[in-house]
Unconditional design. Structure first.
Length: 280
């Protein structure tokens, strides 16, 4: 493992290497979900960059940015187990040398629903930093987890709109033993909140089961009702949408793939998850 704070130094290192380049962008606070992305990247690419950067422009809530868990020493300790990876740890001026603002993109409705409804400018911030990384390193492949599925679809749209040559590789959500999706935010939950977090996973499983006999809009109502009057739990949304266009439908179209999406505030911690519930 080699660590770099400067993209120029890292690119100088890459000039002496041959073969494809895989990029795994992260905001640190690494867990097994991140490590699985790195493992997948290493299978295909002799050169792998793992970036660690808490991107300020994707946080509309500055308190959320301040509270985001970060432990660079712990992250680097975990990455030591990977041979021959390149770790990019820039400071804020490295990626935002003039002003800390995001670019404005047009993703149609993709960034206006779900997370986009309550996190204004979030996906502009995500797209800004991802485009910066792609234009700095020109990776052949970039690896993203399906837990942030809306983000994944928007990044694919970014690549298409900007005609970037990087191929986006989607990787399955990694879950805890009880089914809770692994997330850096899980560590912010206290014991009681962590017990309630499993409700997200159980809701997705219920939706998947009901899709064989119930219309999507009725499933949304059924699941949403179960979150009423639960102390310290605030359901933000539960939606069943087509997988790539994020469209709603009263009836299931056998030609479409569907996912259930859920977001919930448990205490002060926002958790999201999703699952395929019907496939063509």
């Amino acid at each position: 493992m080699k660590t770099f704070n400067s993209y120029k130094d890292l690119n100088n290192e890459l000039r002496n290497r041959k073969g494809s380049l895989g990029l795994v962008p992260t905001m640190g606070s690494l867990h097994q979900g991140h490590l699985s992305l790195i493992e997948k990247a290493k299978i295909k690419n002799p050169n792998v960059i793992v970036s660690i950067f808490v991107n300020p422009t994707q946080f509309d809530n500055k308190t959320d940015l301040y509270n985001y868990p970060a432990s660079l020493k712990n992250d680097l300790d975990q990455l030591k187990n990977f041979n021959n990876i390149l770790v990019y740890v820039p400071d804020i001026k490295e990626l935002y040398p003039k002003t800390i603002i995001s670019k404005k993109y047009n993703f149609g409705k993709l960034d206006k629903i779900m997370e986009g409804e309550s996190r204004m400018n979030h996906f502009n911030g995500v797209a800004t930093v991802v485009e910066k990384l792609f234009n700095i390193f020109y990776p052949d492949y970039a690896y993203f987890g399906e837990k942030d599925f809306q983000q994944l679809v928007i990044i694919k749209s970014l690549v298409e709109k900007k005609r970037l040559k990087t191929k986006i590789i989607s990787c399955p959500t990694v879950r805890e033993n009880d089914g809770v999706a692994m997330s850096s935010r899980n560590q912010l939950l206290n014991r009681e909140e962590r017990k309630k977090a499993i409700m997200l996973y159980h809701s997705l499983l219920e939706a998947k089961k009901l899709m064989h006999s119930t219309d999507p809009l009725e499933i949304e109502k059924t699941v949403t009702a179960k979150f009423s009057n639960i102390e310290n739990v605030d359901l933000q949304y539960f939606k069943i949408l087509t997988e790539h266009s994020f469209s709603r439908s009263k009836k299931v179209n056998d030609k479409e793939k569907y996912r259930a999406f859920i977001a919930c505030n448990i205490g002060q911690v926002r958790l999201i998850d999703n699952m395929i519930v019907e496939s063509n």
